[in-house]
Design a protein. Structure first.
Length: 133
């Protein structure tokens, strides 16, 4: 999974997985550490802050997730290895079945038109094959 998608997935899971009083303290602490690392970056950009507030209201909205991805990409959060590590650790703890299935570890080489994630709908048209130049 690319770093930006990983960060957004951690946000969405944190918002929808019911991080409640009954959740394990360690999981809550991981999510809070993740958010504490992310928020200074988001708060420095009005568009990113607005996109995150909108996502918090409707975390399952694909449009709002895309808006957050766009803003996080502009902030270059994928370069923050600690943030990515925190997001991955959080997701591994919350979604152990997905982790066991390799959901959060993806390696792609020589790909064209790759789509990663759950419940995607994609239409792609390729005119040149990468192996036929």
């Amino acid at each position: 999974m690319d770093p930006i998608s990983l960060v957004v997935a951690a946000l969405v899971v944190g918002l929808t997985a019911g991080i409640t009083d009954t959740a394990k303290t360690a999981v809550i602490d991981m999510y809070q550490a993740f958010k504490a690392r992310l928020m200074p970056k988001v708060e420095s950009n009005e568009d990113a802050k607005s996109a995150l507030v909108a996502l918090e209201k409707k975390p399952n909205s694909e449009g709002r997730q895309l808006a957050v991805k766009e803003e996080l990409t502009s902030l270059e959060v994928e370069k923050d290895t600690e943030l990515i590590r925190l997001a991955q650790t959080f997701l591994e703890q919350v979604d152990q079945k997905g982790t066991e299935a390799g959901k959060y570890v993806i390696t792609i080489q020589n790909a064209q038109g790759t789509v990663i994630g759950d419940q995607n709908t994609v239409r792609q048209t390729f005119t040149n094959r990468p192996d036929k130049k």
